[in-house]
Design a protein around this ligand. Structure first.
Ligand code: NAD
Length: 279
């Protein structure tokens, strides 16, 4: 089984650079999918309250026979819970649904700058959660530099992670550099743009050069850039394919060919305008 490299977060916690994402996996299928991922060798699972499948993730982790401290579990604070008391309760609910005593990483899912609850209040609640000892690290998702600058100015603990949309069509080099300058690890969500980049002729050419699949070369591009990735699939052969990234290396030209595809194209919402619609 390949050894996945780890990255050290700014508080000393180690995160496996490759994980398994569970967005859009139906709740009833999640325990099986995560169980398969753990069998294949994934030791990092990325879920969220919003995905409605934390129970399945927890079930698979608890039933895997793998020591709890060998699996890195991330979840995220959903959009309706940005007030302090709501955030604290939502974290308790996440742990209860996972059936775990501690979480490895908890993120604010979206900054929601357009709602009346300031994300600075939310971050202060995240700090309380971290200090309670029930969460090994805290971070943010979909934060731009201006959101992060406010946290630096108005709060005490620096986020360990910023999880943002990144793939060859949206390389995000400026925000990744900002994160790195502030000791924040960047995580790339939708790393293969939900499949949209896989039939791009440039991606196919690089894949042919290495006798690898388009998904493998794109995921390898992320790994060599230093970001954390967690591709999603419910198909076992694809889970295996997406895990097999450590027996080859892209040369500078191939890295450049994939980076040249950047055209600032999102598959998901823009964090500055994303409007929260209550459930
Ligand atoms: P992804 O880029 O991982 O693409 C997943 C889709 O690509 C699958 O549904 C499948 O159809 C296809 N696919 C996967 N492997 C393939 C392969 N080897 N060959 C061909 N097709 C393949 O998209 P994603 O699920 O949106 O993103 C990954 C994870 O990122 C999510 O599961 C979630 O954990 C996280 N995420 C976070 C946010 C956020 O706001 N923080 C938003 C979206 C996703």
């Amino acid at each position: 089984m390949a050894t996945v490299p780890t990255i050290t977060l700014n508080n000393g916690v180690e995160i496996p650079q490759l994980g398994f994402g569970v967005y859009q996996i139906p709740p009833e299928d999640t325990a099986e999918a995560v169980g398969a991922a753990l069998e294949i060798g994934y030791r990092h699972i990325d879920t969220a309250e919003m995905y409605g499948n934390e129970k399945g993730v927890g079930e698979a982790v608890r039933n895997s026979g793998i020591p709890r401290d060998e699996i890195f579990v991330t979840s995220k604070l959903n959009n309706g819970f940005h007030r302090r008391d709501d955030a604290l309760r939502a974290f308790d609910q996440t742990l209860a649904d996972l059936g775990l005593e501690t979480l490895d990483l908890f993120l604010i899912h979206w900054p929601l700058p357009t709602i009346d609850v300031d994300y600075v209040e939310t971050w202060k609640a995240m700090e309380e959660i971290y200090r309670s000892g029930r969460c090994r690290s805290i971070g943010v998702s979909n934060f731009n530099a201006h959101h992060l600058r406010r946290l630096f100015a108005e709060t005490e603990i620096r986020p360990a992670v910023n999880q943002i949309e990144i793939h060859p069509y949206l390389a995000q080099d400026e925000l990744r550099a900002f994160d790195a300058d502030h000791e924040i690890v960047t995580e790339a969500w939708s790393p293969i743009a939900q499949g949209k980049v896989l039939d791009d002729p440039a991606v196919v050419r690089v894949a042919e050069r290495y006798s690898k699949t388009p998904a493998q070369v794109v995921l390898r591009w992320h790994i060599q850039r230093g970001d954390v990735v967690f591709p999603k699939s419910v198909t076992r052969s694809r889970m295996e394919e997406n895990f097999a990234l450590f027996d080859f290396e892209l040369d500078g030209d191939s890295m450049g060919d994939l980076s040249a595809l950047d055209r600032n194209e999102r598959t998901g919402p823009d964090p500055d305008t994303f409007a929260y619609i209550p459930r």
